[in-house]
Design a protein. Sequence first.
Length: 342
Amino acid sequence: MRKRHSKQEYEDLYDEAYDDDYDEYDAYDEDDEYENDEYEDDDLDTDERFEEIELEERGRLYARRKRREKQTEKRRRTWKDYLTTGILLIAVCVLCYSLYQLAGIFMEYHEGEKEYEEIQKIAITQQTTEEGTDIFTVDFAALKQKNADTAAWIRFEEPAIINYPVVFNGDNKTYLTKTFEANDNKLGALFIDGNNKPDFTDRNTIIYGHNMKNKTMFAELVNYQDKDYWQAYPYFYIYTPDGKETKYQIYAAGVVSDMAENYQIAFESDEDFQNYIYKTVQSSAYATGVEVLVTSKIVTLSTCTNVRDDERFIVHAVAVSEQMAGGAGEAADQSETADTQQ
């Protein structure tokens, strides 16, 4: 007699016989015919045979349902996996692109810094005499061989990083993205406003420079937001191709609008210039007490704040003395401004 199987036995047989590699074309077809000898058993009576067939049929239907459930679950897992994998790939791509951008910026900064270091080696001579006096000279002939737009050299004792050539070519765009040697670079160069004369004979000469994240160019100017810093380092020097060294004393510093009157260059009268001096003093973050006369020459240094696009950090300084570079003698006498520092 054929052995009868329970429902549980058919479920167990299903678990052993079927795996995840299910093909939907293998699904049970209700129209399939059973083999004639599948249920042939001379010892099996009619009732037992129908019961056996019923159990077999239940087992097949159960297997079919389970297969469909597994196939649905497999499809659901695949969709989720694709989504997760896609998000992961996008994140990896963004990270790689960001790293690439950062590497490019780092290399660009490095190349710009290296260029200016080489220029300093070529053009600058700095010595200390036996008396302890520092002699700083600039080889403008060497600089002009590199760039005919050379107009000056600016030097701070502190922040010492501000020690660069200054150029002039009549516009305010070229050197925003080109270095002293005209290489494309975000460092740019320090340049005189195109509306100025390049020889610093205007009442107010403006020099622009970038506020770089690597603290080069004019980035360190923002130290002058702090009055204590100004009290420690109130002076800087500008050297020109005519051999002169002019000492400037900072009398105002602060944040202004990029459209502020601080950027005025031409003045119709002494009174107009006096009003300008008053406005620059009023825009300062603190009072310095440095006297500026209507006969004075001013240099304005301007850079971005990196806070708002329409803001600038600006430093105003007045010429207090002038001599031939290297201390070779007085080139012109200028009245020392009062050194009163509040």
